[in-house]
Write a new protein. Sequence first.
Length: 148
Amino acid sequence: MLLTPGPIVGGSRAIGGLTMKRASPPLIMLVEEEADEREAISRLLRESGFAVVSAPTTDSALAYLTAHPAVQGLVVDAHEPGAFDGHELARRVRTALPQIAVVVTSGHSDDPSWSPPDGAEFLLKPDLVTELPATLHRLIGADARGAA
């Protein structure tokens, strides 16, 4: 039996009588106060196969995350402004929304007494270009396997 692709209609493609839904890219919430950095990181993530929404503060990010269950990942600067810092946002998200992959970033080596919450990762900003996309893909994949 030969399966031939049919036309794409509404994001789906019919193949030999079967309909295959095209998977949506994983949705990432990026929390970064600096507009230039936010745009550069967003571009990196989009070019790496992610969809991106962004917020300039931790409290606006948390409000979005709790209202939009489709978000699969969070990238937050450790020293982000808002009602609480990025460390606290990471802790709250891993506690209340454990299905969301969390990556905390910083341009500093950070406080040695702080460690990411269970299931979260910490990356230095100079390493984002080489490590962030793979880290998110790995964490999202691990969360999906854990939920199955």
